[in-house]
Design a protein around this ligand. Structure first.
Ligand SMILES: [Zn+2]
Length: 187
């Protein structure tokens, strides 16, 4: 009897924690990737619903959990002055985004780091372009970060997708496809 109650308590604590933190979870090889809901919410806010809306983008920032390879994406940068934004193109300038990353790194007591990139597309269900793939491959080989993996998000109009890239072998794999309005999770 007591045991049953205990199990019930543990179970509800876990459910409560999941509800409080609000993440989306994906897996790549033996790595768990968690993305805090607020990150998706920001991308949703910048999606290209209007016919003249331009692409937006920025860095994904997060941590590697101790004693694992697991990744949590909890922060981001968004378009800065000097970034190139057009209907089908977003190019971020290095300097301003790197300065923000540096600032977030210091504020977090050096626990967060560069974890990848996000940008929007004027498509209902987004696909990466050849240019995106070239950029992502370049970032996998050139980025300075402790993470062995980088996360790439494209926010379409209704759907967002998450890819994970391995810095070891350059593979890029789709790990998550979601709708912003799924049970109003991202409102
Ligand atoms: Zn793109």
């Amino acid at each position: 009897m007591t045991m049953n109650i205990l199990i019930l308590v543990v179970k509800s604590a876990r459910i409560l924690r999941m509800r409080l933190i609000k993440m989306i979870s994906a897996e790549y090889e033996n790595v768990a990737i968690e993305i805090e809901q607020q990150v998706i919410k920001v991308i949703k806010g910048m999606r290209q619903e209007g016919l003249t809306d331009k692409e937006s983008g920025g860095m994904l920032i997060g941590s590697i959990l101790t004693n694992s390879n697991d990744i949590v994406i909890k922060d981001y940068t968004f378009p800065q002055k000097g970034d190139y934004q057009s209907r089908y193109r977003f190019i971020r300038r290095e300097k301003s985004h790197n300065a923000l990353l540096q600032q977030k790194w210091e504020e977090s007591n050096k626990t967060v780091m560069y974890m990848g990139e996000w940008h929007t597309h004027p498509e209902i269900d987004p696909h990466y372009s050849r240019q995106d793939l070239r950029n992502w491959k370049k970032l996998l080989s050139k980025s300075k970060t402790f993470s062995d993996y980088l996360v790439f998000i494209i926010g379409g109009i209704n759907i967002f997708k998450v890819w994970v890239g391995s810095r070891e072998n350059g593979d890029i794999v789709l790990v998550y496809k979601g709708a912003y309005n799924e049970s109003n999770k991202f409102n």
